[in-house]
Design a protein around this ligand. Structure first.
Ligand code: COA
Ligand code: AMP
Length: 647
């Protein structure tokens, strides 16, 4: 614990207690920070929706709050977005005034393509300003965007097309990864041909790095259409009033099977929560420069590259690059210094990558980081060694905070704006107002301090969290609400200590976290099982120094298959890349004769993981055949991985 900090100097405890005493008063007051077209008379309707609705009678527009109102109030010349792309050697500053013009024009273009209020629009785009314009333009006209991360393959995109049934898809000719151009257009074409639902039109931004061929009748050239739209009447581009409870976006995230969950976000509650968090959690003032180094395809990108900072009138850095290799491990320091960022939000894996390349932090010396105040980490557990390294190097608070795609903002964190609480390494600190966090056992009984259990949140969830899954109310109930009645199941396990600090130790389902990217091992198993020579398989997340976890697939071949196992393993690796995408980072397939199971036929994944991680393990009492674990150990050893004897 950091002895320099005194809990009494933080306003956190009084703020949390005030929320507990009067949650509706608390969020009603926070809602005053939003410009409503019709102010909500009701803060929360417990009878509406699945667990209630926030601001049910409010009318608003998210784009108006993120853009127009700042121009109206004198921020027109302030930078809204700084696009910094070491991958293309480009930098571009977009003022709020310019941003307004761009979203007005793009909103008009979407309307010309037939998109109206409530229609879905899929965005399959790289980290370029047009992607942000597109999100905001959808919000402006009341359409619902669904951004699909560029590292997903065509089949994943197709699944999302069929679930969201978009009227239009916005994409670019290509994305850029170090040393390679990712051709988006062929992936998009393949996804549309795989999907049952067909969009009416695709708007394609041609990037100079690689132009794509357009399909006559379906594809439209973004730049050409924009030139045409610029001459349209401005009045047609006004913000469309939407109900606070109308969907702003759908963001697909890994479920326990190959079918992703469409997390839905509303307009009103989302704005209220994000605006509150910018000041009170992150301690950022309007006008300051904020940087989230993530991707707009993830929730962190939605909330804190786009909506949070823009709702708050900040300048948001949009970075198309990596922590290392673009050009070196000093890239983050260069961006912070050059643009005067006061805070950075990224995943711990980015800092592990920098630490590995430049352990002494020598590259930092060249840059002036005097404006930099705080580093925020999320997306995966912040391992204490990385956290300590960053603290020692940066000499500013390094704040771990915990959240999920479903919640859209932080569940537990250290509220810099309210006054920092002592940092305990390994803990994302305390529950944010709005979240009543409990630790329970499988019978939903609360656990004493420092005892591991399932982490649940007492309903209702605060504003900003998912009201439901897109067109899947029943799946919402089954996935999150039924196992622990009255609570939202986070599917994370952990404990609370005597100071109320939360420790998040891992998932209770088969989701793994690879370089801060959430992936379903169940989804990978479905793909491996489709290989004609694979009889059975199990995918686990195993420890990785850089990415935290990486997937490892154990495969059992069908009897009679006599091709070399290494050949089939290579095909399995290629299959996952082809079906799920490079983001799965699936590089390790291990052929085994049998999978270890309990007598009732359950695969002993926990024990296999311990063996692979080189951790001590016990022989499970229920194991069917103990010899199989030796076979697993030997197979892993054959791949250069740990082979531990049982404890
Ligand atoms: N489009 C296409 N491919 C992509 C992609 C995108 N948007 N993003 C990643 N990929 C590819 C990568 O090129 C890589 O391909 P490869 O197998 O051919 O090398 C693969 O997907 C795996 O990517 P990743 O796991 O990110 O590994 P990496 O080696 O490229 O980079 C880090 C490792 C740590 C540098 C990187 O993951 C990182 O910066 N992470 C921290 C920030 C972050 O994104 N957090 C997410 C949520 S907060
Ligand atoms: P995502 O939905 O991609 O944001 O992933 C959410 C999951 O990532 C959570 O359920 C956790 O398992 C993990 N996670 C995110 N942030 C943290 C954190 N600060 N500490 C521990 N785990 C985290």
């Amino acid at each position: 614990m950091d002895a320099r900090l005194d809990t009494r100097t933080s306003r956190y405890h009084e703020t949390y207690a005030r929320w507990q005493r009067d949650p509706l008063g608390f969020w009603g007051e926070a809602a005053a920070e939003i410009d409503w077209l019709e102010k909500p008379k009701t803060v929360f309707d417990a009878k509406a929706g699945i667990y209630g609705h926030w601001f049910p009678d409010g009318v608003c527009n998210t784009c108006f709050n993120a853009v127009d109102r700042h121009v109206d109030r004198g921020r027109g010349e302030q930078a809204a977005i700084i696009y910094d792309s070491p991958l293309t050697g480009t930098k571009r500053t977009i003022t709020y005034h310019r941003l307004l013009t761009e979203v007005q024009v793009l909103g008009g273009m979407l309307r010309d393509l037939g998109v109206g209020k409530g229609d879905r629009v899929i965005l399959y785009m790289p980290m370029i300003p047009e992607a942000v314009f597109a999100m905001l333009a959808c919000a402006r006209i009341g359409a619902i965007h669904s951004v699909v991360f560029g590292g997903f393959a065509a089949r994943e995109l197709a699944t999302r097309i069929d679930d969201a049934t978009p009227k239009v898809i916005l994409s670019a000719s290509c994305g850029l990864e170090p040393g390679r151009i990712v051709q988006y257009k062929p992936l998009l074409d393949e996804a549309i041909s795989l999907a049952t639902h067909k969009p009416q039109a695709c708007l394609i931004l041609q990037r100079p790095q690689s132009e794509a061929s357009l399909l006559e009748g379906r594809d439209r050239d973004w730049a050409r259409m924009r030139d045409h739209a610029l001459v349209h009447a401005r009045s047609a581009w006004d913000c469309v009033p939407v109900a606070a409870t109308d969907p702003l976006y759908i963001l697909y995230t890994s479920g326990t099977t190959g079918r992703p969950k469409g997390v839905m976000r509303d307009n009103g509650g989302h704005m209220v929560a994000l605006k509150w968090s910018m000041q009170n959690l992150y301690g950022i003032a309007p006008g300051e420069v904020w940087w989230t180094a993530s991707d707009i395809g993830w929730v962190v990108g939605h909330s804190y590259i786009v909506y949070g900072p823009l709702l708050h009138g900040c300048t948001s850095i949009l970075y198309e690059g990596k922590p290392i290799g673009t050009p070196d491990a000093g890239a983050f320091w260069r961006v912070i210094a050059e643009h005067g960022a006061v805070a950075l939000f990224t995943a711990p894996t980015a800092f592990r990558a920098i630490k590995k390349e430049d352990p002494q932090g020598k590259l930092m010396a060249r840059h002036d980081l005097s404006k930099f105040r705080t580093l925020f980490l999320a997306g995966e557990r912040a391992d204490p060694p990385t956290l300590e390294w960053a603290e020692a190097l940066l000499k500013v608070p390094v704040i771990d905070h915990w959240w999920q795609t479903e919640t859209g903002w932080c569940i537990a964190g250290n509220p810099v704006g309210l006054g920092l609480l002592p940092v305990k390494h390994g803990s994302p600190t305390v529950a944010m107002p709005g979240y009543d966090i409990r630790i329970v056992d499988e019978g939903c009984r609360e656990q004493p301090d420092s005892t591991m259990g399932s982490i649940v949140v007492k309903l209702p969830l605060p504003p900003g969290c998912l009201p439901t899954l897109w067109r899947a109310d029943q799946r919402m109930r089954e996935s999150y609400l039924e196992e622990f009645p009255g609570y939202y199941k986070t599917a994370d396990a952990g404990f609370k200590d005597e100071d109320g600090y939360i420790f998040v130790m891992g998932r209770t389902d088969d989701i793994i976290n690879v370089a801060g990217h959430r992936l379903s091992t169940g989804g990978m198993e479905e793909v491996l099982a489709s290989h004609p020579d694979v009889a059975e398989c199990a995918v686990l997340g195993i420890k990785d120094e850089l990415k935290g976890e990486v997937p490892c697939g154990f495969i059992v071949l069908k009897s009679g298959v006599n091709r070399p196992a290494t050949e089939i393993e290579k095909e399995c690796v290629a299959l996952i890349r082809d079906k799920i995408g490079p983001v799965a980072a699936f590089k390790l397939a291990v052929t085994v004769a049998r999978l270890p199971k309990t007598r009732s036929g359950k695969i002993l994944r926990g024990t296999m993981k311990k063996i692979a991680d080189g951790d001590a393990w016990q022989m499970p009492a229920t194991i069917d055949d103990p010899a199989i674990l030796d076979e697993i150990g030997s197979a892993l050893k054959g791949k250069g991985l740990a082979d531990n004897r049982p404890a």
